[in-house]
Write a protein that binds this ligand. Sequence first.
Ligand SMILES: [Zn+2]
Length: 400
Amino acid sequence: MQKLNTPSFDDFWWDTNSPEERNKAALEQAIQTALFAKEKVPFYREHYKKLSPQDIQNISSLEEFAVVIPYITKEHLANVDSGAFIPEIEVEEIDPNIGEYWVFPTGGTTGDPIEVYHSMQDWRGMVLTADRHIEFDFFRDKNIKELFGVKDEYTNPLKDARILGVYNRAHITNNIYATMLLRFGSEFLWRPHLTPTPEDVYGAAQKHRVNGLLATPEEGTGKKAIDLENILRVDAKNSKPDAWHLSYRYNPEFKFIFWSSMPMSEDLLRYLKEDLQIPYIKGHFGSTEVAPTAASCSEHMRDFHLIYGHSLVLIKSMENTGLAKPDEFGYTLVSRTGATDKEGNNVLPSGTYFINYMTGDGARLSKDELCKCGRNTPVLYDINRIQFHEGKAIHGCQIN
Ligand SMILES: [Zn+2]
């Protein structure tokens, strides 16, 4: 697969280097991805037929990339066979257990769920990028280092931690976190069976004396939802003296809350921070399509820094064809622009190609600004997933 001339996705360069250089690298990657797609990916060959390779090569800014490269929507995906989004190449690394690709269905908001293909290289690129954001916290973030009593050098509090993943076994969130956390030396446990109640999940947490949970924050469909709120509600009722509380305040071994897929409410965040005193609360934002594209920091726990590396996120204006201004509400466009081979080289993706994919989310993006956590990447906020909720209610992709 074609190599990319960019720093490794586990390099903090992406979080701290000058925004100009980062944007330049992100643009180069995006251009190479689009050129390759035009040549090798059947859908884009057709979709880009009015563009010459020179037109693509001449793009000189991310703004221009959003204008020149036609976006795609869920309708494009739903109306074309999913194979048309995969390059016509031989896959170099084949997963011995599963086959060539991991395949995950999306929730599907406009009809049937679509199938998304991730190669081993795509998967590794996503995991390195998302893990980098966690490593940064324990290396560089003063707030988190203080909470964990880390002085100068790096320690990895996730080593030997047991984390229970509460998402559906088939859902990409559980799968990608399993890989991410295994890299840190954590033990990753899966939900007890296919259709557990919050009490069942709580029972598993007691039995295995877990140090953390990965769960959706609040699903909003009543007391049976397998979400963080309901699981913690069971814990709050448990007054047995031998209870393994899911609370740092009453059990200093319980330190980690991971969540994904949607914003967390202020009330729940306050409860986790102030009542339960959980020292590490980490949210990732993403989708089945491009997986994590942004992650929370200790300053912006309800919002998300973009995690450049395997992906590019742009916010398109609602008024014109260009990008939204910083802090202006617009449509989210995501692209998968990188993967990592087993030698550690950055390469182009080899699974499903998403380029300027309009996910149906609306959001605002701050300007590049140095955050108290030490990153200078923009922050994605005010995310509006209304168009997704309907699909999730029908297909139940997240939780049940
Ligand atoms: Zn930050």
